[in-house]
Design a protein around this ligand. Structure first.
Ligand code: GLA
Length: 668
């Protein structure tokens, strides 16, 4: 099925506005009130039956669709379209009581019990058979219901249970490995099992990487991560296949392209979605929560192949699952939503409609808070509906970029394996630092998968791209050959797809392109920094480099790699390959990116004054400029057109107030 048009999924006239709704938690009088209030807010798409299993199938062989039938009809009567959950996200207690062997097992061999959610092994044949029966019943019953707009398979597949070590997972892992390697010798070679006497002589000796007394085999760990991602995708496929027998509506599931979940390689999932949907919540535990929103949104657009995508869940204010659940500051929700829209979202949905009065998420914010309609949060929900309606010209437009940032879940897994040079090297930190510098430089960036077509890019950045296949390295070299500027940062290109180190000096995959050999890593204690000759303050990492054929732009002045090159550049074909051997302070990273941007001729969207996040979406004969001011100072930008937020014409120098947003439909 071709990609679904996000904006068309809902009844909204503008940008899709939706939410999760859990009517199981409320009585029918409340349902009626909810319908009226949803209409008042302008909600166009409602996700139901996400956690519906124990309601529709309360006991073995007992089915009761009365409430779901009524809710489907009620939403339809109210002109609200349905994003229908298959209901399989959380199996009911009766199932795990009857079949305790379906419960997930963590790496120490202990089971996890029901009482929360997702208490199942993804590879459990029992879970899969029962889930299939639920999907069959739901898809058959509602597959052509007039309210149905979208299928929502399960929920955040693998959020809690991605890594299961039970016997069913072990069996499935062995099957997966046999398909990958065919022979046990090939597996032994891939995993380097000569090390520590780990050689296998039969498939049935292989386990998932259960807790061991010492460091575990990295090849086994990496393949287990791949297998676990595939096991989640298999759940999606199984449900989608059943749905498609009963329904023509588009099918998707909600991704978690976010900072704290790394268990799904969504590059391998994305192509199977009729529309790419992501769940994203501001993570206050990060040093730069706002920057992470921007990165995640760019990543989601990358997963969608540049097509408009759907923000399936976000919060109106505080979450309840972080240590300190900070309420949104005034204006923060509009800035956050605008960040997603600027970077390609055509729909914004919230978890959830009405704040739960009971249950583990009762302190999570919602569109309709516990305080009721006489509240700033509710008024914000209504205002947001008006804003999203006014943003209709945004829908269907696209973001274009001439800079690519390579992102890889496999590199994330491999880089953060056990027994590594430094735990301070966190993959996402390195990716975020590069993205932040690009953002500060006013550069719009596409986040792309290694191995994807780089021909449209003038600047290619590979931050900590640790695991690289030969063909992927060739693609990057070819981009430089053709004229692009390429920046590779430390820890990149170190291992191949089997987590095997390329010998002869790091980074084997890029040694020739960069014209250097890293002889030895010299990581830094997280409390220390090093100085570089160009004034950069480096942290986390340094290394001892033998420069073979490159210009040295900066050297380590002190620290364990004193005297070694730290930043280099080598002309390659019509372009150039740059190398960065530390984590620079933000200001110096920006300076470096500025040089690359100028060399590569990459366009920059910069404010006249102050700091602004500026992104342009174009297409359908329209051009929309997003100006998002995350700072406490007014900023200005030159623009001509109609500001859709404030509903006013703007021309010339436009003030974007402190903490404010302008979304300007530009005149031709
Ligand atoms: C996830 C889940 C929702 C809810 C929210 C709370 O995104 O999909 O069911 O738990 O988190 O933030």
């Amino acid at each position: 099925m071709p990609a679904a048009v996000v904006a068309d999924l809902a009844q909204n006239p503008g940008v899709l506005y939706g939410c999760d709704y859990n009517p199981e938690q409320w009585d029918r009088a409340t349902w009626l009130e909810d319908m009226a209030l949803m209409r008042e807010a302008g909600i166009g798409l409602v996700a139901i039956n996400i956690f519906g299993w124990s309601s529709i199938n309360p006991a073995p062989g007992v089915w009761n669709f009365d409430d779901l039938d009524a809710m489907m009809d009620l939403l339809h009567e109210n002109g609200i379209r349905v994003n229908l959950g298959t209901g399989t996200a959380s199996p009911p207690p009766w199932l795990s009581t009857a079949y305790p062997e379906m419960l997930p097992m963590v790496e120490d061999g202990t089971r996890r019990y029901p009482g929360g959610r997702q208490a199942f092994c993804p590879s459990s044949p029992i879970y899969r058979a029962h889930a299939a029966a639920v999907v069959e019943a739901v898809a058959e019953r509602y597959g052509s219901h007039p309210a149905l707009a979208l299928w929502h398979v399960s929920n955040e597949i693998g959020c809690h249970n991605a890594l299961c070590h039970c016997d069913a997972s072990v069996d499935a892992f062995r099957t997966w490995l046999e398909a990958r390697y065919t022979t046990i010798d090939a597996l032994n070679a891939a995993w380097g099992t000569s090390f520590w006497s780990q050689r296998y002589s039969a498939w049935d000796q292989i386990l998932t990487p259960r807790a061991a007394l010492s460091l575990r085999n990295p090849g086994q760990m990496l393949d287990f991560a791949r297998f676990s991602s595939d096991a989640g995708l298999a759940l999606y496929r199984a449900e989608a296949e059943i749905i498609r027998r009963h329904s023509d509506a588009p099918v998707t599931t909600n991704f978690m392209a976010t900072a704290h979940i790394r268990t799904q390689d969504y590059w391998t999932w994305a192509g199977e979605m009729d529309v790419v949907a992501n769940d994203h919540y501001i993570d206050r535990r990060l040093p730069d929560p706002t920057g992470e929103v921007a990165f995640a949104a760019d990543l989601t657009r990358g997963l969608a192949g540049g097509d408009p995508w759907l923000l399936m869940e976000t919060s109106t204010s505080a979450m309840n699952w972080q240590p300190y659940n900070i309420a949104m500051a005034p204006g923060e929700l509009v800035r956050t939503i605008s960040t997603h829209l600027a970077r390609g979202a055509d729909g914004i949905c919230f978890f959830q409609w009405r704040a739960s009065a009971q249950g583990a998420e009762k302190y999570h914010s919602a569109l309709l808070p516990h305080a009721g309609t006489d509240s700033a949060l509710w008024r914000q929900s209504v205002e947001l509906g008006g804003l999203l309606e006014r943003l209709a010209p945004v829908t269907g437009t696209r973001v274009s970029a001439s800079t690519a940032l390579l992102f890889s879940w496999e590199s994330w897994w491999a880089l953060e394996g056990e027994g590594r040079p430094s735990e301070a090297v966190q993959y996402l930190d390195q990716v975020h630092a590069a993205h932040r510098a690009l953002d500060a430089a006013g550069v719009t960036v596409d986040v792309v998968r290694p191995g994807s077509d780089l021909s449209g890019y003038d600047l290619v950045i590979a931050p900590a791209l640790h695991l690289v296949r030969d063909s992927e390295a060739d693609d990057i070299a070819a981009a430089a050959e053709r004229g692009a500027s390429v920046l590779i940062t430390f820890a990149s290109g170190t291992v191949n797809e089997n987590d095997r180190v390329g010998l002869g000096g790091y980074p084997a995959a890029f040694r020739d392109l960069l014209g250097l050999r890293v002889e030895e890593f010299a990581p830094l204690h997280p409390d220390t920094t090093v100085r570089l000759s160009d004034g950069t303050i480096g942290s986390i990492w340094s290394e001892r480099i033998d420069v073979v054929d490159a210009d040295v732009l900066s050297t380590f002045v002190d620290g364990p790699a004193q005297g070694s090159a730290a930043i280099t550049r080598r002309a390659h074909g019509a372009g150039a390959a740059w190398y960065l051997a530390t984590t620079p302070d933000d200001a110096s990273y920006l300076t470096l990116i500025q040089r690359l941007v100028v060399e590569a001729g990459v366009p920059q969207l910069l404010p006249d004054h102050g700091r602004l996040d500026l992104i342009r979406r174009t297409g359908q004969g329209r051009s929309i400029l997003f100006a998002i001011n995350h700072t406490a100072e007014d900023a200005t930008v030159t623009a001509h057109g109609h500001d859709l937020v404030h509903q006013e014409s703007v021309t010339g120098r436009v003030v974007v107030p402190a903490g404010g947003v302008r979304i300007i439909e530009e005149s031709a």
